[in-house]
Design a protein around this ligand. Structure first.
Ligand code: KG4
Ligand code: ZN
Length: 373
């Protein structure tokens, strides 16, 4: 439909410079420039390197997205950007670029939450999100169970990791096994040749008195590292495929078990899984089986939409516009620890009545107030 909001989204919270363009729930462009290769030799993302790479990639990636979508920047109904959480310096590059484009074009600016975007992206694949949706978000930076009655206004954290994120655990184990960075995709691939039951690695926080929806992967990481050390010390060969499969099984078992339990406890019928680790083939397979057994509908976007990208930001921005949520102020800042309970960052003086989303006067009102006050 032509009257659905056309929104450009910018994502720079970590090492991917993502620019996406959507019209309502339709994906028009998803341009990503990754600096992952520049971090590989450090075994993790180096914030300063990421910020510089974003700066260099920003304008070409925006131009590529506009070309791919076949739209003019002047046709946009809004510019959305990840305001947080993420690496402060990296976020700042995206926020500055979004402000510059939105201001120059006279379009409203929407600072949105990275985690809510990871959930909202599924609308581009499977249509409108059911309300409420339960979301399991698993990536290199976060592992959370979130209840989302309204992705634009009401997201409630049920639990999260108390130490490492799930993707971080994959990355660290891959490093111990000398498999390179990022570790998730390579462990996923190698695990297919291994036996998931070969080694009984611990399932963190699954005791009767443990927090039902929190996660812990640091004990598992230590257990796997010790197991590998013991093999090496004994001069034995490390069975990489079996270790990978058994480690992956422990992570995926806990994630899916807790997600299904949260759905049952909260009476929610739809589970979505997002974030980079949602690309994991074993996680997808086990979640499918367990959701089917529990009578739940499972929604997992295709892998390219699960890892960080600009389309997810555009998807949430478009939903903000469609629902008449308030635009952000021109002095929007990056917030590296933006709480998940804030799906977007409205202007502080935004009135509670939804403004007309296509009104450009509103933008100029805001700009005058904030720039010349
Ligand atoms: O969402 P994402 O692209 O960036 C963050 O916000 O962190 O997630 C990246 C993480 C990395 O830790 C990577 O190892 C993990 O997702 N990952 C995977 C797979 N693909 C990416 N983990 C397990 N299996 C995969 N297939
Ligand atoms: Zn992410």
């Amino acid at each position: 439909m032509a009257d659905e909001p056309l929104v450009l989204g910018i994502e720079t919270s970590c090492d991917e410079t993502g620019v996406g363009i959507v019209r309502g729930h339709t994906l028009l462009a998803d341009a990503v420039a990754s600096s992952v290769d520049e971090h590989a030799r450090f075994g993790g993302v180096v914030p300063e390197v990421a910020s510089r790479a974003h700066l260099e990639a920003m304008v070409p990636t925006i131009q590529r997205a506009l070309k791919e979508a076949g739209v003019a920047a002047s046709d946009l109904d809004g510019v959305a950007v990840t305001a947080g959480p993420g690496l402060a310096g990296a976020l700042l590059v995206g926020v500055s670029a979004a402000k510059a484009y939105a201001y120059a074009l006279g379009k409203p600016l929407y600072g949105v939450n990275h985690l809510a975007s990871h959930i909202c992206v599924d609308q581009l694949e499977h249509g409108p999100l059911p309300e409420p949706t339960m979301a399991l978000l698993v990536s290199g930076g976060h592992s959370s169970l979130l209840l989302a009655p309204d992705i634009t206004a009401d997201v409630r954290p049920l639990g999260s990791t108390i130490d490492d994120a799930a993707g971080e655990a994959f990355d660290k184990i891959a490093r111990v096994l000398n498999l390179g960075f990022p570790g998730g995709p390579v462990i996923d691939r190698i695990a297919r040749e291994g036996d998931p039951d070969a080694i009984a690695f611990p399932r963190g926080l699954t005791g009767p008195r443990d927090a039902a929806y929190d996660f812990s992967f640091s004990g598992l990481k230590t257990a796997v590292a010790r197991w590998i050390e013991a093999k090496r010390a004994a001069g034995e060969e490390v069975p990489i495929a079996d270790v990978s499969a058994s480690f992956q099984e422990a992570v995926v078992d806990v994630l899916t078990r807790k997600a299904v339990r949260a759905c049952k406890d909260e009476g929610v019928e739809h589970l979505m899984i997002g974030g980079g680790v949602a690309a994991n083939s074993r996680l997808r397979a086990m979640a499918e089986r367990r959701c089917e057994d529990a009578g739940l509908t499972l929604r997992v976007p295709r892998p390219k939409l699960c890892t960080d990208n600009g389309a997810m930001v555009a998807a949430l921005g478009a939903e903000m516009v469609a629902r008449g949520r308030s635009a952000s102020a021109w002095d929007l800042s990056a917030d590296s620890s933006l709480p998940v309970t804030d799906p977007h960052v409205p202007a502080p003086d935004a009135d509670s009545a939804p403004h007309h989303s296509h009104s450009h006067d509103h933008v100029h009102e805001l700009s005058r107030k904030n720039l010349y006050a």
